[in-house]
Ligand binder design. Sequence first.
Ligand SMILES: Nc1ncnc2c1ncn2[C@@H]1O[C@H](COP(=O)(O)OP(=O)(O)O)[C@@H](O)[C@H]1O
Ligand SMILES: Nc1ccn([C@@H]2O[C@H](COP(=O)(O)O)[C@@H](O)[C@H]2O)c(=O)n1
Length: 257
Amino acid sequence: MATGQTKSATTIRVNGFDHVPRPFLIGVGGGTASGKSSVCKKIMEQLGQNDIDDCKRQVIIVSQDCFYRELNKVEREKAFRGEFNFDHPDAFDDKLMYKTMQDIKDGKYVNIPAYDYKNHQRIQDKGQTVYPADVVLFEGILVFYYKELLEMFNMKLFVDTDSDTRLSRRVLRDMKERDRDLEVILHQYTTYVKPAFEDFCLPTKKFADVIIPRGADNTVAIDLIVQHIQELLRPRPESIPRRVRHQSDSIIQARPH
Ligand SMILES: Nc1ncnc2c1ncn2[C@@H]1O[C@H](COP(=O)(O)OP(=O)(O)O)[C@@H](O)[C@H]1O
Ligand SMILES: Nc1ccn([C@@H]2O[C@H](COP(=O)(O)O)[C@@H](O)[C@H]2O)c(=O)n1
């Protein structure tokens, strides 16, 4: 399936009615390097989802970074010098992001572009196929910034890690994984990342249902969230079984929401 393409939702027939499974969508916001991905991975792990095939998973993670918009030549040159603002809402392809998340909500199969941080661009012809799932974790710095997205979430988490810790983690990560020079990292951070965090990310903390101090280290908070998700997804006697294809081989069973 090519990037941006979708495949219609799978309909199941229950009590004589067509029923489209719809996932429970969880937004995970927070500043750069606050631990959003790590928190999502821990949630997946605790829900017993890590060793399951992509197409059978009931919980999946989607990163907002996959929706960075394409840059023109001048913008890419700026990006290599740490002079492009990737922390501003305009840096994202908001239309593609809304459409894709709506398709996911509607239970469709979607293809999400992969993103290359080293070259500041999408990887052509390489994307992640997202299969309909029971729980979708959508993580990113600005997941709660856009009103259209905010309204789609069933649960909103904000990972709150102090800015010194985030900066030191970001420096190490960007040098190791994103092929960046220390000088460029610090220039980008002070010029764009920090001000944009204060202007666009931090004000969205008020929308969160749960604030997670210290990110993935906060095992108590993660345990509580996992328990809550399991509780929400436990079938009630009168409920329609949303997933017929692999309910037997997983610890989670879903109910309609
Ligand atoms: N609790 C932690 N202790 C130490 N390092 C951490 C912790 N949480 C995350 N990291 C590291 O910090 C970096 C950013 O974490 P990540 O979870 O990717 O954050 P985000 O998704 O918010 O950018 C990664 O290199 C990760 O390994
Ligand atoms: N080409 C890019 C794209 C994004 N960034 C930075 O990534 C940060 C968001 O990702 P996190 O995993 O840290 O949440 C964001 O702060 C951008 O500055 C980049 O440097 N280059």
